[in-house]
Structure formats: C-alpha cells, structure tokens
Ligand binder design. Structure first.
Ligand SMILES: C[S@@+](CC[C@H](N)C(=O)[O-])C[C@H]1O[C@@H](n2cnc3c(N)ncnc32)[C@H](O)[C@@H]1O
Length: 235
C-alpha cells in the first residue's frame, strides 16, 4: 500500500528509471543472493511493477516485431527431445507458453507469473488453446512437484536456479532467453547463466544469439524420464 503511494507520487520518467534499475538488481539477487527473495518485498515489487503493464504489454513487445521471441524460437529448435510437460516461467501475457503450446500440440503447458494482472490478460487472450493454462505463481517457490517438467522456458525472467533444478526432470531442459541481450531490463550475462546452470545439475549447456537476443539451453543430468503422456504434478 505504502509502496503504491510512493510510486504514484513519482514523475513517470523517474518511476520508470527506478523500476528498470530495481528489476535488474532483483534479477542479480535471484541468481547471486537468492535469500534476498525470502522477504515478501521483491515479489511484491515485481507485482507492483508488472501489474500496471499487463494491458499494454503486447503493444510493448509488438514494437520489436518477431525479434522479441527470436531467441525462444531458436532455442526450441535445439531441444534434444519433444517436451510433454512444459512450464513457461514469468510468462507475462503468455507469449512463451503459447509459442511452445503451438509448436508442440501434444505437450501440456503451464504459464506461470507472479503478476495476477499479467495472468488474467494471458487467460483472456489465449482461451482457444486447449493445451495451455495460466496460473499465478512465484518462481522463487513453485507449487509443482520435483521433476514435474521436461522443459522450463524463462523468457526475460529472473532465474531462481535451485527451483529450476528442482522442477526439471532428469534429462529435461531449461531454456533461458533474453530478447534484447544485455539491453533487456531483466538480464543475466550468458557466461553466468551457463556457469550457474552447470552448478545446478545441468551438465550439458550451450548458448547462442538470435534476433537481438541470446538464449542458453541446459540439459539436466540424469536418466531421461520423459513420460509419453505424463501429467503435470502440482500447481
Ligand atoms: C519482462 S516480463 C516478460 C514477460 C514474458 N516472458 C515476455 O517476454 O513477454 C517479466 C515477467 O516476469 C514476471 N516475474 C517477475 N518476477 C517473478 C517471479 N518471482 N515469479 C514469477 N514471475 C515473475 C513479471 O511479473 C513479468 O510478467
């Protein structure tokens, strides 16, 4: 409440500048000092930042044309197997989840986001797709069982490596994308993404660029557990 009042009192440009700096710092914290996110404030700050953007988010990313999703499309082409249970984390208005759901019509896809307004927008917009659903969830602590997914996509989203490791099945993949590379407000350098994925059980890791962005694909070490018609457990 107090945070909302302070935000409203600020001139728009100042507010946008502060929000950009703060989301970058919180992105670094998610990877480098995840204990910072144990308090409610970082998640509340993200909600307060992204809720008001929900109704105009598609126009914002539309300004970049297809290049916003280019790294995601490029990374999906490199998957070692067709995914059946997919989580798109920080889904916003659902772009990542819907891209995966259309590309793999047999997959069951969940788009999760901490911002209820973003999730409402995604639900409203993509009602026609039967294999994707959207839920409000915090990437810091996900309501899914261990190994619930064989693909987790993160498109312009803070990375909580311990949770990514936990919810990805052995043999499954994480695909991390930043649409505008280091100009993306939510961004972690590629070398660091690779190093942290390796440190969290993703033995095989590679990266490349596409459009104006970058992607990194990590394959979780261990026996493949790709159930032919697996259910997503939790959420
Ligand atoms: C820059 S937007 C990207 C949205 C979408 N992936 C895209 O590229 O169009 C970042 C999204 O991450 C969400 N987010 C931020 N922190 C989060 C968290 N801890 N858990 C889940 N979602 C989060 C925000 O609410 C926002 O919708």
């Amino acid at each position: 409440m107090a945070m909302r009042r302070v935000r409203r009192a600020l001139p728009l440009r100042t507010r946008a500048w502060i929000e950009r700096k703060a989301v970058r710092l919180l992105t670094y914290a998610a990877a480098r000092a995840p204990w910072v996110w144990r308090w409610r404030l970082p998640s509340a700050f993200m909600r307060g930042t992204f809720d008001p953007m929900a109704s105009s988010w598609n126009r914002t990313i539309g300004r970049h044309g297809g290049s916003w999703e280019a790294p995601l499309q490029a990374g999906l082409r490199e998957l070692p197997h067709e995914p059946r249970r997919v989580l798109d984390l920080g889904t916003g208005t659902g772009l990542g989840g819907v891209t995966v759901a259309r590309r793999f019509p047999d997959a069951k896809v969940v788009g999760a986001d901490v911002s209820p307004a973003m999730v409402a927008e995604a639900q409203q917009e993509h009602r026609e797709l039967a294999n994707v659903r959207f839920v409000v969830a915090d990437g810091r602590r996900l309501p899914f069982e261990d190994g619930a997914f064989d693909l987790v996509t993160c498109l312009n989203m803070p990375l909580f490596f311990a949770e990514l490791e936990r919810v990805t099945a052995p043999g499954g993949c994480v695909l991390v994308c930043f649409s505008l590379a280091e100009r993306t407000p939510i961004y972690l350098p590629t070398a660091e993404v690779e190093r942290r994925l390796k440190g969290h059980g993703f033995g095989e890791v590679r990266s490349s660029s596409a459009g104006q962005g970058v992607w990194t694909l990590g394959v979780r070490t261990g026996e493949g557990q790709h159930r032919e018609h697996g259910e997503i457990t939790g959420g």
